[in-house]
Design a protein. Structure first.
Length: 97
């Protein structure tokens, strides 16, 4: 059911973005809303497409990626160290028996 909800949200947001593009409202906030709907709708569509693969992702990945993003936001020069480290962790993880 979650996959259907994600797909529905993506479609609704993309339709709103298209309607706002066609309508050409004069409000300056309308362009911001259109941009937000388009970007989030596109991301939700990608999540909808990858939903089965995301369910099989390792558990450590769900806490490692937000920590990685927070650290990189504070110290961007660590990118050259942390990204290869996360890739190495993903490759060298113990195999399930």
């Amino acid at each position: 059911m979650r996959r259907h909800a994600i797909g529905l949200i993506a479609i609704v947001l993309l339709v709103i973005a298209v309607i706002m593009q066609i309508g050409q409202w004069e409000d300056p906030n309308a362009a911001d809303l259109e941009s937000v709907c388009l970007r989030i709708g596109a991301v939700m569509a990608v999540i909808w497409l990858a939903y089965d693969h995301l369910q099989r992702a390792p558990a450590w990945l769900w806490w490692a990626l937000p920590v990685l993003l927070i650290v990189l936001a504070r110290r961007p020069q660590w990118l050259l160290l942390l990204v290869p480290l996360v890739i190495a962790l993903a490759i060298l993880r113990p195999k399930k028996r």
